[in-house]
Design a protein around this ligand. Structure first.
Ligand SMILES: Cc1ncc(COP(=O)(O)O)c(C=O)c1O
Length: 456
């Protein structure tokens, strides 16, 4: 007689998961067959979660079948990865820190699921300020800002609840929320107000199932940066409605005017905030997958519950690479200010160049950015009647001019396209020249009318 043991979990609480240890008696060599009440057959289906997981950018871009014009070299202004053209290398102190971390042989093992204490302490010390003090216990290290957002969303929202997300906005919020069974409600950003939030609209979306509001500042895809007053108004809404905020500040400090970036947490007196960031953009190493959550909860509203929830969620899969964790101190503390400043100056110069060039293009309404690495351009579709929408428009721009910009339908905002500003300057100039040629060839309507129709 053989005895097999099956572990079955039943209604386990997170603190003390209950397990049933079931002992099954199997008799004889064919005993297993006797136990089975169904005829075995292959029936493998993708899980419900996998079916609910959907990346709108991929879905739209994959339908764009246009081939670039073979006579023109392709210029991709579509990829939010500042490293692709090699013109924006990270600082040498950053790479040296990594080499030293490897050579030390100290970072080859498993780290705690929320990251090494010493690395969390580095981030806490870097971001702490009197109005929003942080200690290592308030920091969770993650695999990029994406995992930070995923953990933050997962700890705040249950299936059936909803979160408020900016429109236009970074598509990952929706991808993650829907795959978790969380409903997404889109609040409007206003291009005529440099993409400030339509606060009335945002507040009108809050209901008793709202688990959080996502604020992305500076913004992808808008390149907008909120001022202090606007951030305070956002906090007033959250405070009035008692809804926590997930602040995606991955482009924090990447602003064209010195001192213009204001992080949300120091302005909050009571609203609890999970602030998500990482090395990807400011340190120009998106592939290193280092991100973090800063837990701001001065009134103890999140309390132990949310902190412990985040720790438990982090235990599912270990977060960031230990080598990067080991290098974090030197990356954060040795990188010279010049490096950040040079990156910003470069992006700002491309932003000015692109905005100026496209402002006088018939049928286009670029919106001036103030930070991050993007610029949104409105398309006055009335003057381009041969195109159905922004997807059609940008697709034809590929086939005629070999310039690829993402249609803003990818960000839930039709009739715009997004330009990535990190490409080499000569590429930016050439791309703007080709976009002008494209629009001049397809524009229909009276001369100068575009000036009346969009507030440039
Ligand atoms: C607004 C925003 N949040 C989060 C991320 C994800 O960052 P990471 O590459 O660190 O996961 C991105 C990446 O482009 C982004 O644009």
């Amino acid at each position: 007689m053989q005895t097999d043991s099956y572990i079955i979990q039943v209604n386990g609480s997170a603190v003390h998961p209950k397990v049933l240890d079931v002992h099954v008696n199997i008799q004889g060599p064919n005993g297993l067959e006797k136990m089975k009440s169904r005829k075995p057959r292959w029936a493998i289906r993708a899980s419900e979660m996998s079916k609910k997981t959907f990346n709108p950018i991929r879905a739209i871009v994959d339908t764009m079948t246009a081939k670039p014009n073979p006579n023109k070299k392709m210029i991709a202004l579509s990829i939010g990865d500042p490293t692709v053209f090699g013109n924006l290398p990270t600082d040498e102190h950053v790479t040296r820190a990594m080499k030293e971390a490897i050579d030390s042989h100290k970072y080859n093992g498993y780290a705690p699921s929320i990251g090494y204490l010493s690395s969390r302490d580095v981030i806490a010390k870097y971001y702490t300020c009197p109005e929003a003090p942080l200690e290592a216990k308030d920091v969770i290290l993650t695999s990029g800002c994406s995992q930070a957002i995923e953990l933050a969303l997962s700890v705040l929202a249950n299936p059936g609840q909803n979160i408020l997300v900016p429109r236009p906005g970074f598509s990952l919020y929706k991808t993650l929320a829907l795959s978790l069974g969380v409903e997404v409600k889109l609040y409007n950003l206003l291009p005529e107000r440099s993409w400030e939030i339509d606060l009335k609209h945002m507040e009108s979306l809050v209901d008793d199932k709202t688990a959080g509001i996502i604020i992305n500042n500076p913004s992808n895809p808008c390149g907008s940066v909120f001022n202090k007053k606007h951030l305070q108004k956002i906090l007033s809404v959250a405070s009035r409605q008692c809804v926590p905020i997930l602040a995606d500040e991955i482009y924090g400090d990447m602003v064209f005017e010195e001192g213009m970036f204001q992080s949300l947490a120091p302005l909050s007196t009571n609203v609890p905030i999970l602030s998500c960031g990482g090395l990807a953009k400011r340190w120009l190493v998106p592939g290193w997958r280092m991100g973090w959550i800063l837990i701001h909860d001065r009134k103890n509203i999140f309390g132990k519950e949310i902190r412990e929830g985040l720790v438990r969620l982090s235990q599912r899969i270990l977060g960031p690479c230990t080598i990067v964790q080991g290098a974090l101190d030197h990356i954060i503390n040795r990188t010279p200010q010049d490096f950040y400043q040079n990156t910003i100056s470069f992006i700002k110069s491309n932003a000015d160049l692109c905005f100026t060039a496209l402002s006088s293009v018939p049928g286009l309404c670029p919106v001036q950015p103030a930070g991050a690495m993007y610029l949104m351009v409105g398309i006055d579709m009335e003057h381009f009647p041969e195109f159905e929408n922004d997807v059609d428009f940008t697709e034809r721009m590929i086939s005629e001019q070999s310039v690829f910009c993402l249609p803003a339908t990818c960000f839930e905002y039709p009739n715009y396209f997004r330009v990535v500003l990190t490409v080499p300057e000569e590429m930016m100039i050439e791309a703007c020249r080709r976009i002008r040629e494209f629009c001049e060839q397809h524009y229909q309507g009276g001369e100068g009318t575009q000036d009346l129709e969009c507030d440039k």
